[in-house]
Unconditional design. Structure first.
Length: 85
């Protein structure tokens, strides 16, 4: 994940029980090469969103109006429980 990853929340239209997901958002245009997984990346606008392709996403998805910074949250180490507690 890039240091400052922007994401939008998308939900598929027409699903009976839609599951929201995050999609990388690029304000300067979708990259030609895949950001994280080049093997799965078929090209720009397929798995990413930018101002040029948002209209095509809106045909079959609800897309959040604001992009959010995706900040990885560190998981704290488990706290040992004292014996007999």
């Amino acid at each position: 994940m890039r240091a400052e990853t922007l994401v939008v929340i998308v939900t598929a239209k027409g699903d009976e029980d839609p599951e929201p997901a995050t999609v990388d958002y690029y304000p300067d245009g979708c990259p030609e090469l895949g950001p994280d997984s080049p093997d799965d990346y078929e090209g720009p606008h397929d798995l990413t969103i930018c101002p040029d392709c948002i209209e095509s996403w809106l045909t079959d998805h609800y897309v959040s109006r604001r992009a959010l910074y995706a900040v990885p949250v560190p998981v704290p180490a488990p706290v040992p429980v004292p014996a007999g507690a």
